[in-house]
Unconditional design. Structure first.
Length: 142
């Protein structure tokens, strides 16, 4: 499948915010903290795009350790055929076993992505999958 034209690839630059909802592998996660807040930030225009991913889970009580609320990862993204979004992630902590891929479709408006993820979960310590929804954050000019 051909890589997207540069304009569609560049449309991903910036910050995307939405939800990540784990469907498989959730039974080992305390009190079902899904959905979580998902944030992607593409820090440089390159091909492929490079950036950071942050996931924040809801807290539901004392049983959730503060360090388990946040997950940070490095990401590398490619977009195919102008609309198919593929983003590989790996935890920033080299000692952590946490990796996977986000898959989705970049809507024609260039401002929404809906799709799925498959990976190995840091907290559940097993293969996980689920759904993602993201919207591009627009920069407000003063």
């Amino acid at each position: 499948m051909p890589v997207a034209p540069i304009a569609r690839q560049n449309a991903l630059f910036g910050t995307w915010v939405g939800t990540i909802e784990q469907k498989v592998g959730i039974e080992r996660v305390l009190n079902n903290r899904s959905p979580g807040l998902l944030k992607l930030h593409f820090t440089e225009i390159s091909h492929p795009m490079i950036g950071e991913m942050k996931v924040e889970f809801k807290t539901t009580g004392d049983e959730i350790l503060d360090e388990d609320r946040f997950i940070e990862a490095k990401i590398v993204n490619t977009i195919y055929d102008g609309r198919i979004f593929k983003c590989d992630y790996i935890n920033k902590d080299n000692n952590a076993i946490h990796f996977g891929t986000l898959y989705g479709e970049l809507f024609a408006n260039g401002k929404e992505i809906k799709g799925e993820f498959l990976g190995y979960g840091l907290i559940s310590e097993q293969f996980v999958s689920g759904e993602i929804e993201l919207k591009k954050q627009l920069i407000v000019q003063p």
